[in-house]
Design a protein around this ligand. Structure first.
Ligand SMILES: Nc1ncnc2c1ncn2[C@@H]1O[C@H](COP(=O)(O)OP(=O)(O)OP(=O)(O)O)[C@@H](O)[C@H]1O
Length: 258
């Protein structure tokens, strides 16, 4: 579980986050959504510890992230997996070497142990046997899977994904969402996903945090989205007339079944 307490982040006189108090749960995909400029990336970077808050606290379980010594911070970092927008794979390394990289950096495992773990992680994302290919030799969806395998390699307790569906077609996006969701539940990981993807919201949104202009304006799960009276949420999710009609039909159906 990750908890934030009244997080404020300002850059000069630009108050980007204006007091965010929330929880991100273990074993669930936790989604941060909101329009461009709402502060999603800044919040994600704060949760990872890449930005210091102007004020407020971030707790990993009961550990106050910003009070840790460098050594304790390194220990926590080893329990964190990250899936970056654009994958951030090293082009000059093979898929296997990319996945091995965090073990090379953080562990004293032998080469044989590392290679065994690489194989396990490739199997986890249904990509057995592509160890020797280069990122440029596999599709965008497969690169995303390699990114997930690399994020999972040190068995993270916390997983952060920045726009995991960017650049993917809708079907591949759903497969990637399901994979992240499955790994999250099976391994009881606290997964925080920054997304614009409405399929993700309605598909895997077990805990959704909506930001607007640096404020948390709604929090709930996907089953609450349809019924919510929050106009900010409705304007954001059902932005087009087509989606608003779909919502009305879905609500009618739901109420007819009750
Ligand atoms: N390092 C920085 N220095 C100064 N201002 C920053 C910095 N990073 C972000 N900001 C400002 O914080 C605000 C929120 O940016 P952020 O990237 O968090 O938005 P976002 O919700 O992730 O948007 P998008 O969906 O477009 O990625 C913007 O006004 C941005 O200019």
């Amino acid at each position: 579980m990750i908890r934030t307490e009244n997080i404020v982040k300002s850059f000069g006189d630009n108050d980007v986050l204006k007091g965010i108090t929330t929880e991100f749960y273990a074993g669930k995909p936790n989604l941060i959504i909101g329009s461009s400029g709402a502060g999603k990336t800044v919040l994600l970077k704060l949760l990872i510890g890449l930005f210091q808050p102007t004020s407020g606290k971030v707790y990993y379980d009961d550990i106050d992230l910003f009070s840790l010594s460098d050594e304790r911070l390194r220990e926590i970092r080893m329990k964190v997996g990250m899936l970056f927008q654009g994958n951030a794979l090293f082009d000059s390394m093979t898929v296997g070497e990319n996945i091995r990289f965090p073990m090379d950096m953080f562990t004293k495992m032998t080469l044989k142990e590392k290679e065994k773990r690489v194989d396990e992680c490739l199997e986890m994302v249904n990509m057995e046997g592509v160890n020797d290919r280069y990122p440029s030799e596999v599709s965008g969806g497969m690169q995303k899977r390699v990114g997930i395998a690399r994020a999972m390699v040190l068995e993270p307790k916390y997983l952060f994904c920045d726009e995991p569906n960017s650049g993917l077609d809708p079907k591949t996006s759903i497969l990637i969402d399901e994979l992240i969701c499955d790994l999250t539940t099976r391994n009881n990981i606290t997964t925080v996903i920054n997304t614009h993807d409405m399929n993700s919201v309605m598909g895997i949104g077990d805990n959704i945090v909506l930001l607007k202009d640096g404020n948390l304006v709604w929090q709930g799960d996907k089953t609450q989205v349809l019924e919510s009276k929050s106009s900010v949420l409705q304007d954001f999710i059902f932005a087009s007339p087509f989606l608003r009609r779909l919502r009305e039909d879905a609500l009618k159906q739901r109420h007819a079944q009750e």
